[in-house]
Design a protein around this ligand. Structure first.
Ligand SMILES: NC(=O)c1ccc[n+]([C@@H]2O[C@H](COP(=O)([O-])OP(=O)(O)OC[C@H]3O[C@@H](n4cnc5c(N)ncnc54)[C@H](OP(=O)(O)O)[C@@H]3O)[C@@H](O)[C@H]2O)c1
Length: 240
């Protein structure tokens, strides 16, 4: 029987394009706040609002299901969206920062993935190879920030990178064969990037299907030596 792969953010266009690849090696358990309109045949879906209580309960449920979980893919992330009737865009200047929007960025982009690591990595085997991939973004690289802007998104993804790195140090002791990485998917044509991509040519904006092929190549090649890396979709290292 194939081992399980958990996919968080099952409505993500990138996650949806990746699932057919995952199905070639895993039984896929997909998690999202609302069930996607369509899922590939064979994918089992769980609804979860990503609150800590709901994630803890889901982890118990999946544990009771039995069977090894050897892959985890987290696509949860927010860049723009509607909250309390207002459409929020990434902040261009300090003057545009506000507490509610910053809180949402950190809640969705840093804290939800951290809790996913907390509750679901313990379901992974301690001495068998396993892979956990958290989607981050190249613009989280602090040393590479020359353009400025997008304060909350950059900062919350940089926080995610630090959470992944710190967890990888701890887990290298308990889960010696785990590869836990932060992965940049490349600029991909999805609802998340839509408002910001009108000036990008086809060489700079990739389809979810092409991105998924590239990410699947990176995932397949992962070894425990990769744990703690910040990885570009082409498999190279990104600067922190
Ligand atoms: N597209 C790009 O160009 C690009 C570039 C760099 C990094 N990324 C990263 O790649 C990941 C996937 O992005 P995508 O492009 O596939 O985006 P997407 O289609 O918009 O999917 C975003 C995902 O994040 C979850 N999400 C969005 N807002 C949320 C909120 N307020 N609370 C909780 N969950 C929320 C959704 O979860 P549900 O499934 O539960 O609805 C959805 O699965 C994200 O982490 C993003 O930051 C994307």
């Amino acid at each position: 029987m194939k081992p399980y792969a958990l996919v968080f953010g099952a409505n993500s266009a990138i996650a949806q394009a990746l699932m057919p690849h995952l199905l070639s090696e895993y039984q896929v358990l997909a998690v999202s706040r609302q069930a996607p309109a369509q899922l590939p045949a064979g994918v089992q879906h769980f609804t979860c609002d990503y609150s800590e209580a709901a994630l803890a309960e889901l982890a118990e449920q999946i544990k009771e299901n039995g069977g090894p979980v050897t892959a985890l893919f987290c696509a949860v992330g927010v860049l723009h969206g509607t909250a309390k009737g207002e459409h929020r865009y990434p902040e261009k200047k300090l003057a545009e920062l506000n507490s509610a929007q910053l809180t949402e960025y950190f809640a969705v982009n840093s804290i939800v993935p951290a809790l996913i690591m907390k509750y679901f990595i313990p379901l992974m085997p301690r001495s068998e190879p396993s892979k956990a991939v958290m989607l981050s973004a190249k613009i989280a690289g602090i040393s590479d920030n020359r353009l400025g802007g997008w304060y909350g998104y950059r900062a919350s993804k940089a926080a995610l990178n630090m959470l992944v790195k710190t967890a990888s140090v701890e887990l290298a002791r308990s889960h010696r064969k785990l590869s836990l990485i932060a992965l940049h998917p490349g600029t991909t044509d999805t609802p998340l990037s839509k408002p910001f991509t009108s000036s990008l040519g086809p060489d700079k904006l990739f389809s979810p299907e092409l991105t998924a092929e590239r990410l699947w190549s990176v995932i397949q090649a992962l070894t425990p030596e990769d744990t703690g890396r910040f990885v570009h979709w082409d498999g190279s290292d990104l600067p922190w």
